[in-house]
Design a protein around this ligand. Sequence first.
Ligand code: UDP
Length: 476
Amino acid sequence: SVMSSKPHALLVPSPGMGHLISLLEVATCLATHHNFHATVLVVSSNTSPALSQVIQSAKSRKLLGIIELPAPSGHDTNAAGSVFTHLPAIMRDVRPSLQSAISAMERKPSAMIVDLFGTAALTVAEEFRMLKYVTVASAWTLSLLLYAPILDKQIEGEYLDQKELLNIPGCKPVRPEDVVKPMMNRKDREYESFIRIGKEITSVSDGILINTWEDLEPTCLEAMREHPDWKQITKVPLYTIGPMVRLAGQSGGGGPRNELLDWLDKQPRESVLYISFGSGGVLSAEQITEMAWGLELSKQRFIWVVQPPSKGGAQGNDISEYLPEGFMARTHDKGLVVTTWAPQSEILTHAAVGGFLSHCGWNSALESILNGLPMIAWPLYAEQKMVATLLVEELKVAIRPKVLPTKALAGREEIEMLVRKITEQKDGDAMRARAKELKASGEKALCVGGSSFNMLSELSRLCKINTEQQCRTVGT
Ligand code: UDP
């Protein structure tokens, strides 16, 4: 007989904090609201303190099964650089241990969920007759990934050198300078891998889970599902399951309350700008200097999470070397500089925070929106330039420097102006109102009867059916 009608989902994030955090969130939602049993398999080596903390905190909540798998030998999961070649190789080589881990499970999973870099691992799911799903960030960045194999044939020369916008049927065209990192050099192996994943994602999966919701990106979603030019491309159902974001209170793990939050308690409502460049964002030494001057000139309150310009150097973690002389002393009643992992979800929820200067990682962007906060978009790499454009032009919840921060230095006067706009002027209020509207629409999507809730219910139904079929084929 069927052991239990509760479907079991196995989530296998590729190495990296952002990937782990977003699949943990999906797992949590499946377990809390959709009656799933969820197990997260963490592939890693040399775990950083921040990563260990996230894993520990997930374990201590006891909601999910958490299994740690050592990374396959010969790979360093902390290595930076070409994620599109590096991570798929890890997820390919981890297959034997993934297979053993699943064989050892008493309750066999009925679905495997991986992120963009984990498509190779889906062959293991196939062996166990599991359903196979791939998670991606936004619908618009997905449209570029899926359409890239066509652009590859249509366009000659580097995308960055194109004079015209890159046309994606039915979707907002992409500015050549905004293309995702692996499309910046067509001769690089990373590009090859990106194109391969763009084809693979719809041929090896049973569906794509997008961390967005129907009302956030309606046009692009409709195009990928209905537009005639997309018919041969999309192939599998697109499930919008977002906004999957961590809510405050989930990341602390019961430790002492962070001193940043104590400081925020003493600041006026919506007065503090939070500044962070995600788990991997680094500014140049010159840009750090301009940022510091811009903040100081603006006279606004801030929490600035900043990494030294080059990691692993002899300088260690002493950020004060890169800040203007006396900056800390002059701003000590206005702001805090943090060089460690910050409790971002708690900070963004705090009533004293009024804006977010962000590198536009998709998780950060959604966390900002779900807290009704306007942003200064400061994209650095990956798909962040597209996200910045989406936030500024489509969603109208952000402003940005005139020139891409990766192309030219943003000067102190411009930074001062952006910070003031967000924190004290009418512009900030209009964007804040817009962010609050989006927050309400995102929350509605997740509630019973909302679009994302319904998509997840459908997934749960399919997984239950598959569980029964798996049981039948093994003769239980
Ligand atoms: N984050 C955090 N503390 C930090 C930096 C990042 O808690 O000091 C979290 C942040 O809340 C988000 C994730 O790490 O959930 C970063 O994901 P995102 O997609 O924004 O950027 P990535 O790190 O992948 O570039």
